[in-house]
Design a protein around this ligand. Structure first.
Ligand SMILES: O=C(O)CCC(=O)C(=O)O
Ligand SMILES: [Fe+2]
Length: 614
């Protein structure tokens, strides 16, 4: 080499060193990460990051060219640096030498400077772990013991009659029915010779004791997945039309991190060895799940920092129940049964439900707020009694609080209310109540944080069974273990006996009006048919008569001179319907159900569960 060239190389290295020192000072002050003089598996990639257009993909590609394997990337929003975790020290050294002061990546092809660092920044990727779990997702740690794990593994290995196959990234075995990866479905007419091994039988009573009120039948299909370290499963949703809700997966032999995704949202969930994963509702239908093919997972420690965890061979037992028919969930995006409907604007059941609620619930309540509020002042005694049953200083949320008539019932508790209707909330706000506006399907309250919930005459305004269920799940989510909820919904059957329906009681008084009312009804029906946006035609209920149908439009007549009639959508509940809905929420247990003044009512309690989140 010429002297000049040598000089240039030395100068170049000096310049790179200077730049690197500057960058290291930044990461030290930004996130307290210190460089390491000796190689570690943690590499700081300096001078390139999300702020100058670096993508995870291009970074991984550059690292792959060095021959070193990377197990994790930590990109930080708005930063011109990022971090890599390599699979081993050798990998880390390969990446270091191959990329330092060599790789030009990022938007302007910036040069990357590398440095070994002692650890990942506490904040890097931590936000990934602070997100709430997808609704309907539960991880039960230590679901089986070491001995039971060994028994299960043995019985599965011994069963020679199961259907076996090797996929690109893992080995699989099926019991009960074969899962056909070509069509992503099962053939319900072709049961396998070997059904779900009887050795799994002890799991079901255990699951029932976890939630006795759960509507549950024994799984008839089992897929065993065997993952060597570095293996994974691509993000997918288990075919809706193939299997019912929920889906269970028992993790054996190794911890692993599972990624859940919905649109842009991504949540990482640690599945510890011997834990049971339950995917129900949204988590089963509307989020994909997958495992990245890696050797090492980055997981949070008990103190909230991040650490790496080497994977061992993992065997998972996924238990499912065949559906035998179409799926009619309200999550059409990933629903194979509803695929044809998706592109047609507003034609899905879920969209119909949303627009029906918008038009015949939200818009109506906003318009009738003041008049409606005048008619709602005396609390129902059994609701007040429930509120009185809380210890002083309990936090109780009234979901769909309307004008807030229940918020002042028990002066010793902290009663908070939320509602969709700004018009109704304004009434409570004027009284100085703690109220906020939100949808009952997405309550901005931390999971497992409150002592009690009431929801009086709210979820019967939700226009699909899935949405009514989701509202219950949302209440279950915010309740702390041991927390209790009371839910009232309008009953289809307006009983005339002892606790007579307040609604029918006024019957006599209005009998006279009946004919005019019927005329009115015909007029409304006509108007309804005229409205172009209406994609559903529902019967208009005649006030103070028995309900003829469960999904109805109930008129509300204003008191002003115009006597305008608004139509509110209701789903009136059949006997036991509310209880059945509660039974589909695994985190809760039904403690009481009763009939009160024309309403079906349930009290349920959240049972103590732990999630895998440390
Ligand atoms: O390994 C697991 O826990 C999940 C397996 C899975 O998602 C599947 O087989 O559909
Ligand atoms: Fe799956």
């Amino acid at each position: 080499m010429h002297v000049e060239q040598q000089q240039q190389t030395v100068n170049n290295a000096k310049k790179a060193d200077k730049k690197r020192r500057r960058c290291l000072a930044i990461i030290k002050s930004d996130c307290d990460v210190s460089p390491s003089d000796t190689p570690t598996v943690y590499l700081a990639i300096l001078n390139v990051g999300l702020s100058n257009g670096l993508t995870e993909e291009s970074l991984l590609e550059a690292a792959a060219q060095t021959g070193g394997s990377v197990s994790e990337v930590a990109m930080l929003t708005g930063k011109s640096y990022c971090f890599l975790v390599c699979c081993s020290l050798e990998d880390s050294q390969l990446v270091y030498t191959g990329m330092h002061n060599v790789s030009t990546i990022g938007q302007q092809g910036a040069v990357a400077y590398l440095s070994y660092v002692k650890a990942l920044p506490t904040l890097a990727g931590k936000s990934e772990w602070n997100k709430p779990l997808p609704s309907g997702l539960i991880v039960l740690p230590d679901f089986v013991s070491d001995a039971e794990e060994a028994t299960l593994l043995r019985s599965i290995a011994e069963d020679g009659r199961s259907y076996e196959g090797t996929l690109k990234h893992r080995h699989v075995k099926h019991f009960g029915y074969e899962f056909l990866y070509g069509s992503n479905n099962v053939d319900p007419t072709k049961p396998l010779e070997q059904s779900v091994p009887t050795a799994c039988g002890f799991l079901w009573p255990r699951l029932e004791s976890f939630s006795s009120s759960w509507d549950w039948s024994t799984p008839d299909q089992l897929t065993v997945n065997e993952y060597e370290p570095g293996h994974g499963i691509p993000p997918h949703v288990d075919t809706h039309s193939a299997f019912l809700d929920p889906i269970l997966s028992l993790s054996l032999q190794s911890d692993v991190v599972m990624d859940f995704r919905r649109g842009e949202a991504q949540v990482q969930v640690k599945l510890p060895r011997r834990s049971l994963l339950i995917m129900s509702g949204e988590a089963r239908y509307d989020w994909t799940h997958g495992i990245k093919p890696k050797h090492i997972d980055v997981v949070p420690t008990a103190t909230g920092s991040l650490t790496t965890q080497v994977r061992n061979k993992r065997t998972s037992l996924t238990f499912r129940r065949l559906r035998r028919g179409n799926c009619n969930c309200s999550y059409p995006t990933l629903c194979d049964s509803q695929q044809s409907k998706v592109p047609q604007e507003l034609s899905t059941l879920a969209d119909q439900a949303v627009s029906l609620e918008q038009q015949n619930v939200h818009e109506v309540y906003d318009k009738i707020a003041n008049h409606f509020s005048e008619t709602r002042h005396s609390p129902w005694p059994l609701v007040a009694q429930f509120l009185d049953s809380f210890e002083p200083e309990s936090v109780v949320l009234d979901v769909g609080c309307g004008n807030g008539k229940y918020l002042g019932c028990n002066a010793h508790i902290l009663a908070i209310g939320c509602d969709r209707s700004q018009g109704l909330l304004a009434v409570g706000q004027q009284k100085g109540q703690n109220v906020f506006r939100c949808d009952c399907l997405s309550v901005p309250v931390r999971s497992s944080s409150i002592d009690g919930c009431i929801s009086i005459a709210v979820i019967h305004h939700l226009a699909s069974a899935d949405r009514r269920l989701s509202a219950l799940r949302e209440m279950a989510r915010v309740l702390r273990p041991g927390g209790r909820a009371l839910v009232y919904v309008w009953a289809k059957e307006q009983r005339r006996n002892d606790r007579k329906s307040a609604y029918l009681r006024q019957n006599k008084a209005v009998n006279k009006e009946r004919t005019t009312e019927q005329e009115q009804r015909q007029k409304q029906q006509h108007e309804l048919e005229q409205r172009p946006q209406d994609h559903v035609s529902l019967p208009v209920h005649t006030n103070r008569t028995e309900f003829q149908q469960q999904d109805v439009l109930v008129p509300w007549k204003t008191k002003d001179e115009q006597r305008t009639t608004f139509l509110r959508y209701y789903h009136v509940f059949e006997e036991n319907e509310l209880e059945k809905l509660v039974a589909q929420v695994p985190e809760v247990e039904l403690t009481k159900s009763y009939y009160d003044q024309g309403n079906h009512c349930v009290i349920f309690k959240k049972i103590a569960v732990c999630t895998a989140r440390p």
